[in-house]
Design a protein around this ligand. Structure first.
Ligand SMILES: [Zn+2]
Length: 277
C-alpha cells in the first residue's frame, strides 16, 4: 500500500500541497518505519484519499442464538434432534458385497433405531424411506429448527484395513457433542479407532446454523466389523450409545470436557470440497 500512496500523493500536491509535503517529509525522516506507514495512512484518511474501513466484524449471534461459524458454547437443554440417514434413493453410499451391506439401508435402519431411543425428544428425520435428499436440502431442513442438534449417520468403507467408528465435527458448538458421541461409540464398538474424532469441514458439519455432527458408525469393509454391523442387535447397541451421548449433552452442555477449540472462519462447504461433503 505504501509505494502506491506515496506516488499518488505526489500527484495531488496541487490540491493539498502543504499537508502532503509535510507528510512526505515525515515519512522520509522515519525511513518507512511502521510508524511512518501509520502516519501516512492517518493523513490519507484525513484527506479522504483512502477509506478507513473498520475491519470485518467477527461472527455474531443472531437474536435466536444462531452463529454462522458455530463460535459459541455447545448446546444444553435442547429438545429437538434432527436425525439424518445418510444417502438414499439413487445415492447408495458405500457397499460391501462380501457382507451384503449397503450404506443407504444401514443408515436408515440406524436412524430409525436412534429415533426409538430418543423418547422425550422431538425427532425430525431428514428421510424415513429410501429416497434421495440433496445435502443442501438437508441443511435447509436443519435450519428450520434453531434449537435443535443434527446427527448425520453414515457407515465407512476403505480398501485399507481401517476399522472403528469416527465422528466428524467442524463448528465449536458441535465439539463436545462429537466428543460425547465418539466416546460412547468407542466404548460400545466392536473395533476401535484412535483417530475417531475428526475435525472436518463437510456440508453437514459446516453449513447448518445449528450444532451438527456426522457419525461414521463403522467400516463395513472391515471383515469383523462388517460382520458385527450386519447384526441388528449390534446396531441397536450403537444407536443406544449415540442416544446416551445426546442425552448427556442436553443435560450437561459442554460440562467439563476441556477447553473449547478455536473457531475457524471458513466458507460453507460445497459439492466436491471433501469426501462426503
Ligand atoms: Zn456415507
Amino acid at each position: 500500500m505504501f509505494p502506491v500512496l506515496h506516488w499518488w500523493m505526489s500527484l495531488r500536491l496541487s490540491c493539498a500541497a502543504e499537508v502532503i509535503l509535510l507528510t512526505n517529509r515525515i515519512i522520509h525522516l522515519m525511513n518507512r518505519t511502521h510508524l511512518a506507514r501509520t502516519a501516512l495512512l492517518l493523513s490519507a484518511c484525513a484527506l479522504g484519499l483512502v477509506s478507513c474501513e473498520t475491519p470485518p466484524a467477527g461472527p455474531t449471534s443472531t437474536s435466536r442464538g444462531l452463529n454462522e461459524y458455530g463460535n459459541r458454547p455447545g448446546p444444553r437443554g435442547f429438545k429437538t434432534v434432527i436425525v439424518d440417514a445418510g444417502h438414499g434413493g439413487k445415492d447408495s453410499g458405500a457397499s460391501s458385497r462380501r457382507a451384503g451391506l449397503t450404506e443407504k439401508n444401514l443408515t436408515l435402519d440406524m436412524a430409525k433405531r436412534l429415533r426409538s431411543e430418543l423418547s422425550g425428544f422431538r425427532v425430525v428425520m431428514t428421510r424415513d424411506s429410501d429416497k434421495f435428499v440433496d445435502l443442501d436440502d438437508r441443511v435447509k431442513l436443519a435450519n428450520r429448527y434453531p434449537d435443535a442438534v443434527l446427527i448425520s449417520l453414515h457407515f465407512n468403507h476403505s480398501s485399507s484395513r481401517f476399522a472403528g467408528p469416527e465422528t466428524y465435527w467442524w463448528r465449536v458448538d458441535s465439539y463436545t457433542l462429537a466428543k460425547r458421541v465418539q466416546s460412547q461409540l468407542s466404548a460400545t464398538a466392536h473395533q476401535h479407532n484412535s483417530r475417531g474424532l475428526v475435525r472436518r469441514r463437510l456440508r453437514l458439519t459446516r453449513n447448518p446454523m445449528i450444532p451438527c455432527i456426522l457419525v461414521e458408525c463403522g467400516y463395513i469393509s472391515h471383515a469383523r466389523e462388517g460382520k458385527a454391523i450386519s447384526n441388528s442387535s449390534y446396531r441397536s447397541q450403537m444407536a443406544r450409545a449415540i442416544a446416551r451421548a445426546i442425552r448427556d449433552q442436553s443435560a450437561y452442555g459442554d460440562g467439563n470436557l476441556g477447553p473449547l477449540p478455536p473457531f475457524i472462519k471458513a466458507p460453507p462447504s460445497r459439492h466436491g470440497d471433501a469426501r462426503g461433503g
